[in-house]
Design a protein around this ligand. Structure first.
Ligand SMILES: [Zn+2]
Ligand SMILES: [Zn+2]
Ligand SMILES: [Zn+2]
Length: 244
């Protein structure tokens, strides 16, 4: 069994665990025609999963969970990068990325994106070494737009959108990573200003927009120019995802 095949089992098992599932039946269902009982037994022999005596339940071992965590982290960081840069079509690229990347590269991208906590689907991104170090040195670097004081401005770091429609709508208002946004009013509805236009947004959308906190120890201009420079040079990340 090659690494990519093994990764696929570990990835599915992590996602199953997140939703409280532990049956081989469910694993079969999510893997479809890729499921192969011999391969599952192979992974069990490597002590990455434990099968119940009856063979109907499957759980990750400590080692298996450690590996799955890395794969899931790479997958969701990859999605975050593609989504923030491209707006959509991130699914396939992210799934290729996770099998070829290294922990260092994932941490590098994580840092570049400001240590995001969720993938574009709203699923948690497991923390990396970089996130833990960062949390210790700088608190609350990214916060939700609705945590700003009325009248305060900040730069958009990233947006956790669950639908393309929402994303396109925000894009139409020029609300995207790097844009400066001001919170004008909180009640009866949220009113923000972006690129000279006043826009009314509902609570859910406002809480999905994450902005750079302007704490004195942190300079958003530096990060933005880094982000723009790195992402502007599209060749490197397109290569990462096997894009042409
Ligand atoms: Zn994947
Ligand atoms: Zn996702
Ligand atoms: Zn991080």
């Amino acid at each position: 069994m090659n690494k990519q095949e093994k990764d696929e089992y570990l990835e599915r098992l992590w996602v199953m665990e997140e939703s409280g599932q532990d049956t081989v039946e469910e694993l079969k269902r999510t893997m479809g025609s890729y499921f192969d009982n011999e391969k599952l037994e192979g992974i069990a022999n490597e002590k990455l999963v434990t099968l119940s005596e009856s063979g109907t339940k499957v759980v990750l071992t400590k080692n298996g969970r450690k590996l799955s965590r890395q794969i899931i982290r790479a997958h969701r960081i990859g999605e975050r990068l593609l989504y923030d840069v491209y707006g959509k079509d991130f699914e396939q690229g992210a799934c290729e990325f996770e099998h070829t990347t290294t922990i260092e590269l994932v941490d590098g991208i994580c840092t570049l994106l400001g240590h995001p906590k969720e993938c574009p689907h709203g699923l948690p991104i497991p923390e990396g070494e970089c996130c833990r170090n960062y949390a210790e040195t700088a608190h609350n670097v990214v916060k939700h737009l609705n945590e700003l004081e009325v009248g305060q401005s900040a730069r958009v770091a990233y947006i956790n959108c669950r639908s393309d429609g929402q994303m396109h709508r925000l894009n139409g208002f020029q609300i995207k990573p790097g844009a400066t946004i001001t919170l004008h009013q909180r009640t009866p509805c949220h009113v923000v200003e972006c690129e000279g236009a006043s826009i009314a947004l509902d609570e859910e959308i406002v809480s999905n927009i994450c902005v750079w906190s302007t704490s004195p120890e942190f300079k958003p201009e530096q990060r933005q120019s880094l982000q723009a420079k790195e992402l502007g040079n599209k060749a490197w990340w397109k290569r990462l995802f096997n894009f042409n």
